[in-house]
Write a protein that binds this ligand. Structure first.
Ligand SMILES: [Zn+2]
Length: 277
């Protein structure tokens, strides 16, 4: 098994041109095969030589430290080799380096995409993998279906030393985060920001600044992170998605995500650093 460390370099690719032996990452029902004693989840060919596990749907992911890296899926009937268990990615967040998060994120999205596009949405025939592109293909209209990525905005709204944070109904306990939402068809990221923030907490914002992005494979979001300044309005949670929202002084924050887990945490940490400097 490949030790998990910060020196792993992953380059996503669609076609494997290397003859080197491969590295595998293994999924079942969107959970990763990991070792019970450590968080190793990258298997070399030798690790699987004597394995009795049954795997299907092998796909090329790209190169990890110049070695080809593949995703395989365990069948539902397959037993697990001794010492292994299945772990959802959420349980690995903050404990694996960015390069490994990228591989895991890509694996989950490609697996979901393959499993959900077995049949053509236009004519109902069985789809095939395209030979040269990462796409499912049907001959009916030369239809190509690429992995779907859903862009979302995620925004930290600020007013001087105060941060607007919200508690989503689905969050556990008193966990707060920044506001977020899907970009609608035909909408720009900026209009989605104005619309979502107003819908969720009845506040208007100005001076929108792009910060950065993060792939978030639950199941296929691309989070586009922004900072925005408060313009006007009184915070009023929509009661549907958001049940609590308020201004928090940066020295008295509730429980929020950390930057090593999500872009929400990075938005918060970077703003606080700027305030302190
Ligand atoms: Zn078709």
């Amino acid at each position: 098994m490949i030790p998990v460390n910060n020196n792993l370099v992953f380059t996503p690719e669609n076609i494997n041109t290397s003859s080197k032996s491969g590295i595998s990452i293994i999924l079942r029902n969107q959970e990763f095969l990991t070792s019970k004693t450590s968080e190793f989840l990258l298997f070399e060919e030798d690790d699987l030589k004597w394995s009795e596990m049954e795997m299907v749907n092998k796909q090329f992911l790209g190169y990890l430290n110049n070695k080809p890296c593949f995703l395989s899926e365990l069948t539902n009937e397959s037993k697990l080799d001794e010492g292994l268990l299945l772990t959802p990615l959420r349980n690995l967040l903050g404990r694996i380096p960015d390069s490994l998060f990228t591989i895991c994120s890509r694996s989950l999205q490609l697996s979901e995409w393959t499993n959900n596009n077995q049949f053509c949405g236009s004519c109902g025939s069985k789809m095939n993998k395209h030979e040269t592109e990462r796409a499912m293909f049907c001959e009916c209209n030369n239809l190509l279906v690429y992995p779907r990525i859903s862009p979302c905005i995620i925004v930290l709204v600020t007013k001087g030393e105060q941060l607007l944070l919200a508690h989503n109904k689905n969050f556990p306990g008193t966990f707060y985060s920044t506001l977020a939402g899907f970009i609608e068809a035909g909408e720009s990221a900026e209009s989605a920001i104005h619309r979502e923030i107003y819908e969720e907490v009845k506040v208007n914002v100005k001076n929108i600044q792009y910060f950065g992005s993060q792939s978030w494979p639950f199941p296929s979001q691309l989070m586009l992170g922004f900072h925005a300044e408060y313009l006007d309005g009184d915070i009023t949670p929509d009661g549907e998605e958001i049940d609590l929202a308020d201004w928090f002084h940066y020295r008295e924050l509730p429980q929020v995500p950390t930057g090593n887990i999500s872009i929400s945490g990075q938005l918060i940490e970077s703003y606080i650093e700027k305030l302190k400097s």
